[in-house]
Design a protein around this ligand. Structure first.
Ligand code: NI
Length: 260
């Protein structure tokens, strides 16, 4: 069985001690494709370095809503957008992200978050790349931008999708994929089964978002891509399908969105 972890951060400092060792164990465990996601300039560069060193790894480049500039916002942002544009020319870069809105960590700069999000969708359109959306406590503003302000031409994915049925239904209508992470395995997550049922098989992706959000039964530890099977197991259970089928379907979906 092979798995595709559609979102992880081996560019995070939590992997700086043992990155190469972990990346080898991951591949050997059957996770034969993964995407290392950037969230600012430095982490996007590092994601590309890692992807360049490992054939099975792809990268994304982008500025997350929690990493947008504070001082001299417009000036710094336009400089950073140019850098992302240059970085995204690398062949291993398969998307612009993670980008989006996060009102959980930052409520004070909503205008700036929206502006940076829209600018990066424009950039993705220019480069003909899909986008990787991070949205937290900002579901309706995120949908409003996608529905009424700018259409992402190559679509993309709601990464670590909130288990919010409005978001999932509207996201699907907009042509997006839905990527499930650790929260679908948490014992206290309320909507997990309904959320999984709401996503048709041809739009489901799985991810770990490592090093964060380790799934049950490893909740609270440093996450890595070997745990992506727990997301597939949960989906297999809810959809009443064999695990191998879910592994194959999610693998092919990720290839279709990002690689082909
Ligand atoms: Ni992430």
């Amino acid at each position: 069985m092979q798995f595709f972890d559609s979102h992880a951060h081996y560019n995070d400092e939590k992997f700086s001690e043992d990155r190469e060792e972990i990346l080898k164990s991951i591949y050997d465990s059957g996770v034969t494709k993964l995407i290392c996601a950037g969230y600012d300039i430095a982490s996007s560069k590092e994601a590309i370095n890692i992807a360049n060193l490992h054939e099975y790894i792809y990268a994304t480049a982008g500025i997350s809503p929690n990493d947008i500039p504070g001082k001299n916002f417009n000036e710094v942002l336009s400089k950073e957008l140019n850098e992302i544009k240059e970085l995204a020319k690398n062949k291993k870069v398969v998307g612009i992200g993670e980008i989006g809105l996060d009102y959980y960590w930052n409520k004070e700069n909503k205008w700036e978050q929206k502006h940076a999000f829209k600018k990066q969708i424009e950039l993705a359109n220019e480069l003909n790349l899909p986008i990787i959306i991070h949205t937290r406590e900002a579901v309706y503003d995120t949908l409003d931008i996608l529905k009424n302000e700018i259409t992402p031409i190559k679509k993309g994915v709601f990464h670590c999708s909130p288990l919010n049925l409005d978001l999932i239904r509207e996201g699907l209508k907009l042509g997006f994929y839905i990527s499930f992470a650790g929260p679908i395995t948490f014992k206290n997550s309320k909507n997990a089964d309904e959320a999984i049922k709401a996503v048709p098989l041809d739009r489901i992706l799985i991810e770990t978002d490592s090093p964060y959000l380790a799934p049950e039964p490893h909740r609270g530890t440093r996450n890595d891509s070997r745990n992506v099977k727990y997301m597939a197991e949960k989906i297999a259970k809810v959809k009443e399908m064999p695990l191998a089928e879910i592994a194959k379907i999610t693998y092919e979906n990720a290839l279709k969105l990002f690689v082909n």
